[in-house]
Design a protein. Sequence first.
Length: 322
Amino acid sequence: MATALYITLLLLSHTISTALSLELHFYRKSCPRAELIVKSVLQRHVKKDPSIPAGLLRLHFHDCFIRGCDASVLLDSTEENIAEKEAPPNLTLRTYDVIDDIKAELEKECKGIVSCADILAMATRDGVAFSGGEEYALPTGRRDGKISRMSEVHLPGPSFSVQGALAAFQSINLDLEDLTTLLGAHTIGVAHCGLSFSNRLYNFTGKGDQDPALDPFYAANLKKLKCKGPNDNTTIVEMDPGSSRTFDLGYYKLLLKRRGLLQSDAALTTNAAVKSAITRLVNSPLEVFFKEFGLSMEKMGRVQVLTGSQGEIRKHCAVVNS
């Protein structure tokens, strides 16, 4: 018993010490222009494609949920190993090219200094700001992992209940408040019809029925204008229609109108504590959401990070160093 407690405390101490070793402006001496370069390259991409911030948010989430925020989701498969990006939930991830472009510019500026994990975290933060949100504080100093396995990918899905999603969040030391706040990122998100929500429109219980929790008018519009059938795996639908490129409270307002696109979105309002938190955010100044979102993003960004001599600084984000 004493031995088990000692080991638990040792692991906890290790987790806390590595997370605390992140610091604001980590590259101020080793690569002073690092954050400026990230922002500049990202801005060029966003001007061409305003949906990129949403893609970066999803990529960052999927990275941090598996092995922590170590850029393992960026690694390609090899002959010996099938990587995380090949797992079904990750097949629709994108913006890898944005991370690669930023990495290339940083390698020109300061070779072998800035990690891919930090690039992804910084680009995500800047993407939120470019979408109308606020630039939250982001400690850096992460290093890149060397392991990426498809078999390890277990993520909260579009049909998860609140308890199921919460269990996934708690597994990486996030709580119900973080869950509520971080799902606010869906305000600039999109979803694939057949892969994410068509069952709610066409076959909710396996009897060709519609999810009764979904606003009928909203469901009719989705059928008529967007989702063409239960097997439509190509159509992409905005999760916050009319405001999907602006980081705001639109997603939460839709939830209270029973217009959450995913079943996991709609489930949020079935939990009294979550619904109360959503109502509070909707009735508060937008800056309150920005502040709480930034705090939860910083907390998530510390999950199981590699620092110091752990991991490596990849030369190319898609492959480990030889």
